[in-house]
Design a protein around this ligand. Structure first.
Ligand code: BMA
Length: 333
C-alpha cells in the first residue's frame, strides 16, 4: 500500500494532523487522503469501518470493525506508528475468560476503546439474543479479558468515560431494538465494578424536526468523551430518516462534569454530514459514524476517526475550543 503522508507544514504533533485547508470555514475538516483505511485492506474484508483507535506504546493501537466477505461482523486488532498507515491482524479478535454463556461469539461491531488507569477497555455491540454491550480489557492488545455484558438486550453504542465519576465507572449507551432501530436516546449508567450497572439517567434524545432535522430520528454517543474546562465534550451521531433511508451525521454536546446526564449545550447544526463520494457511496450510503477521537492536550487538536458509508474509515480534524464555541453558538438545548 502507498504510504500516506501527514502534512509536513504543520508543527510536529503527537496525533495525526493536517491544517484546515485554505478557504475552508468549517469547524471540522476532512483529511485530504481519506479514506485512511480502505475496505479491502485485509484479504477477505468486505468493509472496515466504525472503528476505535488509542495511543499505545509510542504509536497507536485499535480495534476495528471488519465485515468479511461472508458479511460476518467481526473485530480485529491493528497497530500503526502514525495513526494513518495501519496494519490490521487478519485473524479475528477473540476474548478470553468470560462465563461460557456470555463468551460464545455471535457477532460484534462498532467498538470503542477507552483507557482507564493502565488498562484499555473495549466496549462493543455484542450479539447475545440481540445486540447488547460487551466489555473486555487488555493491557497489550494481544490478550483480551471479557467481562459480563453491561446491559440487557437491546442496546448499542456503549461508550465508557475515561475516569470514574462519583466514585463509579460511567458509561453512555443507546437502548435500541433488534433491527434498524427507528428511535434512540442517549442514557448514562454507573457501575462500581464494571459488572453491575445502575443509576441509569436520561441524557438526551432526538431533536425537534423543526429545530435540527439531521438528529431528529435517533442519536447515539460516538467517541470516548473528552474532559474540558467547560464540561465533557461528547461527539455523537444523529440520524435523519429521509425518503432514501437513514442519513448519519455527527455533532457535539457539552455535559456537566459531575452529572454528565445534565446537558449544558448541543449543536443544532451538524459538524460533519455525508458529502464526499466515500461517505455517500458504499454498502450503506450517506453515513458518517464517529467511534474514536485522538486529543492532543497541548494544542487542543482533535483527530476524529469515523466510519464512512459502512465501508471504510475516514479521518477529520478540529480544535476543541472551536467545537465548544460552535456548540454554544448553534445550541438547541
Ligand atoms: C447503525 C449501526 C452502525 C451503522 C449504521 C448505519 O444502526 O448498525 O454500525 O454504521 O447503523 O448503517
Amino acid at each position: 500500500m502507498n504510504q500516506k503522508n501527514i502534512n509536513q507544514t504543520s508543527p510536529a504533533t503527537s496525533i495525526p494532523w493536517e491544517d484546515r485547508p485554505v478557504g475552508c470555514n468549517k469547524v471540522i475538516w476532512r483529511y485530504s487522503s481519506n479514506p485512511v483505511i480502505p475496505r479491502g485492506l485485509l484479504p477477505d474484508s468486505n468493509s472496515i469501518f466504525n472503528s476505535a483507535v488509542v495511543p499505545f506504546n509510542g504509536g497507536y493501537a485499535g480495534v476495528f470493525r471488519v465485515d468479511d466477505t461472508n458479511i460476518r461482523m467481526t473485530l480485529h486488532v491493528g497497530f500503526s506508528k502514525d495513526g494513518i498507515n495501519w496494519e490490521i491482524n487478519p485473524e479475528t479478535l477473540r476474548f478470553e475468560g468470560a462465563d461460557p454463556e456470555i463468551g460464545v461469539w455471535e457477532y460484534g461491531y462498532d467498538p470503542r476503546v477507552c483507557k482507564i488507569g493502565d488498562k484499555y477497555f473495549v466496549t462493543w455491540c455484542n450479539g447475545y439474543h440481540g445486540p447488547t454491550i460487551g466489555i473486555a480489557w487488555t493491557e497489550d492488545f494481544k490478550t483480551f479479558h471479557q467481562l459480563e455484558n453491561a446491559f440487557l438486550p437491546y442496546n448499542r453504542n456503549g461508550v465508557l468515560f475515561p475516569r470514574k465519576i462519583n466514585g463509579n465507572y460511567a458509561m453512555l449507551s443507546r437502548p435500541s431494538d433488534n433491527g434498524h432501530t427507528p428511535f434512540g436516546d442517549i442514557y448514562y449508567s454507573e457501575s462500581p465494578d464494571l459488572e453491575f450497572w445502575g443509576r441509569h439517567r436520561f441524557v438526551m434524545g432526538p431533536s425537534d424536526f423543526a429545530d435540527s432535522a439531521w438528529q431528529c430520528c435517533k442519536i447515539g454517543p460516538g467517541p470516548v468523551p473528552i474532559e474540558t474546562r467547560e464540561g465533557w465534550l461528547m461527539i455523537y451521531h444523529g440520524v435523519h430518516h429521509t425518503c432514501q433511508g437513514y442519513n448519519y451525521s455527527f455533532g457535539a454536546a457539552l455535559l456537566d462534569i459531575d452529572k454528565p446526564w445534565k446537558v449544558i449545550a448541543r449543536t443544532g447544526a451538524y459538524l460533519l454530514h455525508p458529502e464526499t463520494m466515500y461517505e455517500c457511496v458504499g454498502d450503506v450510503p450517506n453515513v458518517c459514524f464517529p467511534c474514536a477521537c485522538l486529543h492532543d492536550e497541548q494544542t487542543g487538536r482533535l483527530a476524529i476517526y469515523y466510519g464512512c458509508a459502512d465501508t471504510c474509515v475516514g479521518l477529520a480534524f478540529g480544535h476543541v475550543d472551536e467545537i465548544i464555541d460552535f456548540i454554544k453558538k448553534t445550541n438547541i438545548q
